[in-house]
Every structure is written in structure tokens, then in C-alpha cells.
Design a protein around this ligand. Structure first.
Ligand code: S3P
Length: 422
């Protein structure tokens, strides 16, 4: 029952968040085509509007009006970040140096997620931030900030971005270095919108800068969404799937390098390079996959794709090890536990040793009565693909409605690409 065909994945979620949130501190106006339509983005748009932002629909997309300098300094403004970790962490950086008092809160899943790692460097810059035992709600009273030099203890794009965005309004330069390369959209967009930023390997320095929006922005397709169908093609005989206009920066395409190493046929046609490298990607089934080793330094470039890559590993010959994936424990859910329990319920052999995830394959699927995604959108999509691969799409997945968090058109694309043969 192969996956066959072409599709255009939704606009990239990480880039979309940054476009919306950076418009809060930029001048000018910009027509954005293909902004992600997912629930997390609705959250960023809602907050953009509650801070006074203006966005208008047009035939070609959404027109954003930059808000720099036009913020009414609010007192105790509550900003509900719902389920979105990127919204809350980037906002912490953006608001720390802007006048006003803000309370950032979230839903029960977001209220479990660590915020001290973001608050800590911002405090070193002079920010006044309180978390609730390290988690949301987070209270910020905007202060004048000073640039710092800061070494991140973990490779997290959200954390790096928060410090860089705070650096835009600080006095003096702000330098951040990360232990392994993570997605670099914030750095690229600061430069693209006219900010002063220098990047050398894993160290970036931003100067206090004003940003100016560009006339037009075409949002590249989201690799973290496309991965579900591209990886399905790599594991199901007879499949061939093309994702168009996909974001292909190094920090986001780690899963394609892993698929290639595992023996899938992966071909790329680059379409554009600025502001983000994009292209069309085709994955063709090329016989059974072979296991691979994924070192810690590669994890940030495929962090959101680990659930679906883990499914691929269950079908590969040999032992696949994902090294140091402890970050998965603090995603929307404890994703490491979710992967182990739910793929385990399908017959996979998974273990964790310390912070490593170890998968021995290949395994044949066994069919449980139901599966439980724990309302984790990426796990829910992985389990949907797994059930197609197992030939048992009728097994119910609890919490499947969470898919709208990142990929509302997932079921439409699934129906288009999956070809059950009678
Ligand atoms: C994101 C960074 C990653 C990723 C998340 C989106 C971003 O989180 O998992 O889905 O847009 O910066 P971490 O920075 O916590 O690794």
C-alpha cells in the first residue's frame, strides 16, 4: 500500500512564528505568502494583534504592518501562548527589553515546559523576569538591557533566538554560542530584515538594530511536516513522494541525510537560496533500510523528526541509536516515553540507555486495539503513518485531534498520497 504523488507542505512553522513576532519590532510592511495555518501560528497571530499589530488578508497572502515604536506600554497584559513553546520563548526575548508588564501563560502542556533556561540569560542582560517554579506563567517587566556573551548549555533554537531578539534592543553587542548547530532562521531573518548580525560557525553576534520588513516573503514548505510522507515513502515498498518548495537549510534537513545513509533514494532540486534554501525533494522506496547511528551533534537538525525517524528505524536492518535525545522529554509531552510505549505497542523493539534511544529492527507490526498519542501532534502523525504501513488504518489513535497544532491539512495530504490497493 504505497505512498505516491506530489504535494506542497504547509508553510514552515518556525519561519512563520518568526515572521509574525519580528513584525512586532520592525518597520515597514510585507506581503507574506504561504504563512503556516496551524494552531500554533494562530496563537502567535492572536498575540501580535493583542499587542496592537495589524495584519490584513489580500488575494496573494497576508499583509503585515510593522509595529516598531508604536507599542502602547501595557500594564499586566496577559498573553495566552496556548500550546506554543516557540511563541512563549521568542516572546520572552522580544518583550524583555520593551516597556510594559506582561504575563505569558499557556495550556496544561505548555505549563510543564522549562522556561528558566530562557529567563537565565535574559536576566544576565538586566531583564526582570519571574517564572512559576521554572515554568509558565512567566511575568516580564520590560527593562533596558545590556548585551552579553553567553554560551548556551543546550543546542536550542528557541533559546538562542530569545537571546538574539533581546539583543536587538540591548545596549552593545550580544554574542551567543551554541554547542551544536540548531535551526538558524532567526539569524537569517535578522540579517534579511536589515539587522546587524555576524555568524561564525556556532557563534553569533547581534548589534542593537532596527529591522525593516521586505516587500514580499514566500514562506518555504515545512520539512517537519513533509517528513511524515517522505519517510513513509522510504519504508513502504513501491512508494515515491515529492514535496515541493521545501525548506532545506542544514539545521532542518538532518532527517534527509539520515534517510540517505539508511539507503533510501533521496533526490533534491534546489529552487532558491534566499532568505532560506528551498527545493523539491523526492524520496523513492529503494529496498529495506539499514540501521544507522545518529550522533548528538546531529540531533538539533532533526529534533522534531525523531518520532517518524524512529518508525523508520523499526523497519531497518540492525540497531539504530539516537544519541542524547533527553530534550524529547520536555517537548509538548514526554515524547521519548511516548515513542517507546506507542511504537512498542506496535511490536517495535525500543530501549533507552541514559539519554540514548536504541531501536533494533526490523520488526513486524502487531496490532493493538488502540494507540494513544497523549495529544502529541508529532506522535499522532507518526502513529497514523505506522498504521498505514501496518495495513491497519482503522486502529483508533487517542488524541489524534492534536495534529492541527502543526499540520491541519495532514489528513488531506494523507488521502492524496496514500494508495491502498484492494
Ligand atoms: C523550534 C525549535 C525546536 C523545535 C521546535 C521549534 C523553533 O525547539 O523542537 O518545534 O522554532 O525555534 P528547541 O529550541 O526547544 O529545541
Amino acid at each position: 500500500m504505497p505512498f505516491i504523488g506530489e504535494f506542497s507542505p504547509p508553510g514552515d512553522k518556525s519561519v512563520s512564528h518568526r515572521l509574525v513576532l519580528m513584525s512586532l519590532v520592525a518597520q515597514g510592511q510585507m506581503l507574506v505568502q504561504g504563512l503556516s495555518d496551524c494552531e500554533d501560528l494562530k496563537t502567535s497571530l492572536k498575540i501580535f494583534k493583542s499587542l496592537g499589530g495589524r495584519v490584513e488578508p489580500e488575494a496573494q497572502g497576508l499583509r503585515f504592518y510593522g509595529l516598531e515604536g508604536k507599542w502602547p506600554p501595557p500594564e499586566n497584559l496577559e498573553l495566552m501562548c496556548d500550546n506554543s513553546g516557540t511563541t512563549i520563548r521568542l516572546l520572552m526575548g522580544l518583550l524583555a527589553g520593551r516597556k510594559g508588564k506582561y504575563i505569558l501563560d499557556g495550556d496544561p502542556q505548555l505549563r510543564r515546559r522549562p522556561m528558566e533556561r530562557v529567563a537565565e540569560p535574559l536576566r544576565l542582560m538586566g531583564a526582570k523576569i519571574e517564572t512559576s517554579s521554572g515554568k509558565p506563567p512567566v511575568v516580564i517587566e520590560g527593562q533596558e538591557l545590556m548585551g552579553i556573551e553567553y554560551k548556551l548549555s543546550e543546542a536550542s533554537a528557541q533559546l538562542k533566538s530569545a537571546v538574539l531578539l533581546a539583543g536587538l534592543s540591548a545596549q552593545g553587542p550580544t554574542t551567543v554560542s551554541e554547542p551544536h548547530p540548531s535551526r538558524d532562521h532567526t539569524e537569517r531573518l535578522i540579517g534579511y530584515f536589515g539587522g546587524q548580525i555576524e555568524v561564525q560557525n556556532q557563534t553569533m553576534t547581534v548589534q542593537p538594530s532596527d529591522l525593516r520588513l521586505r516587500k514580499f516573503f514566500l514562506t518555504p514548505g515545512d520539512p517537519s511536516s513533509a517528513a511524515f510522507f517522505l519517510i513513509a515513502a522510504a519504508i513502504i515498498p513501491g512508494s515515491r513522494v515529492t514535496a515541493q518548495n521545501l525548506l532545506l537549510s542544514r539545521g532542518r534537513s538532518g532527517f534527509l541525510r539520515v534517510l540517505d545513509r539508511m539507503g533510501a533514494m533521496v533526490s533534491l532540486t534546489m529552487v532558491s537560496d534566499t532568505p532560506e534554501p528551498t527545493g523539491d525533494v523526492t524520496v523513492t522506496y529503494n529496498g529495506p533500510l539499514v540501521a544507522t547511528d545518529i550522533p548528538a551533534e546531529d540531533i538539533p537538525s532533526l529534533i522534531d523528526e525523531i518520532p517518524i525517524l524512529a518508525l523508520a528505524a523499526t523497519q531497518a536492518q540492525g540497531r539504530t541509536v539516537f544519541h542524547q535525545v533527553d530534550e524529547l522529554r520536555v517537548k509538548e509531552t514526554d515524547r521519548l516515553m511516548g515513542i517507546r510505549h506507542q511504537l512498542g505497542a506496535l511490536g517495535a523493539r525500543l530501549n533507552s540507555e541514559g539519554d540514548d534511544l536504541i531501536i533494533d529492527g526490523p520488526t513486524s507490526f502487531i496490532l493493538p486495539e488502540s494507540l494513544d498519542s497523549g495529544s502529541d501532534h508529532r506522535l499522532a502523525m507518526t502513529l497514523s503513518v505506522a498504521l498505514k504501513a501496518a495495513g491497519a488504518p482503522q486502529v483508533p489513535i487517542l488524541g489524534r485531534q492534536s495534529i492541527v497544532i502543526s499540520y491541519p491539512s495532514f489528513d488531506q495530504h494523507l488521502a492524496k498520497l496514500w494508495h491502498p490497493v484492494a
